[in-house]
Ligand binder design. Structure first.
Ligand code: NI
Length: 183
């Protein structure tokens, strides 16, 4: 039925990936660098954005969809500002400044929120979907999102950045939820 239907069909074709939860081993494994910048990568990035939005997240890293690759997408304004949509492939931290301590969450650790210390400002270099290098700077929430997602690409979760005692409490909570079939 005309254009509307066609648009819907195209939209429906975007595959939504399931986000894996801790302690899936893929989350602890460093991702492999991306070397091929092709149409399949563009499709994957589009799928990652949609999967992130469906999961109500502002950042998603490829290991979270069981793909051990150095790809992450971020949108700190959650669809409100198109300029906030970031695709970072093979990202590297270039510089950091200061510190901030704020509560953090993760799609792979639903219902867990803890205060995490991060740099207040960060400069990151990364490749875009065409393989071109670019730099992005962020402070506050964007700095936190950049550092959190790059951690994922190195097999690190935010619960690896809190005190041993707090981590033990988080793991106890997770075990309890697992036992109740809530995880
Ligand atoms: Ni996360």
């Amino acid at each position: 039925m005309g254009t509307t239907n066609k648009t819907m069909a195209t939209k429906d074709a975007v595959k939504i990936h399931e986000v894996v939860k801790y302690p899936d081993p893929v989350l602890a494994r460093p991702g492999l660098p991306v070397t091929v910048f092709d149409e399949a990568l563009k499709t994957l990035v589009a799928e990652m954005f949609e999967s992130m939005y469906v999961a109500q997240g502002i950042g998603l890293a490829a290991p979270q969809i069981s793909l051990s690759k150095r790809i992450t997408v971020i949108d700190v304004s959650f669809k409100k500002n198109p300029k906030d949509r970031l695709v970072l492939i093979n990202p590297e931290i270039v510089a950091t400044k200061g510190k901030q301590v704020e509560e953090e969450g993760c799609l792979s650790l639903p219902d867990i929120r803890e205060k995490v210390q991060r740099a207040a400002w960060v400069k990151v270099k990364a490749q875009n979907q065409r393989g071109e290098w670019f730099e992005v700077e962020g402070e506050e929430l964007l700095a936190r999102a950049l550092l959190h997602e790059i951690d994922h690409l190195n097999g690190v979760l935010f619960i690896d950045r809190i005190s041993r005692l707090k981590r033990e409490l988080v793991l106890m909570k997770i075990r309890k939820m697992q036992k109740n079939g809530e995880w």
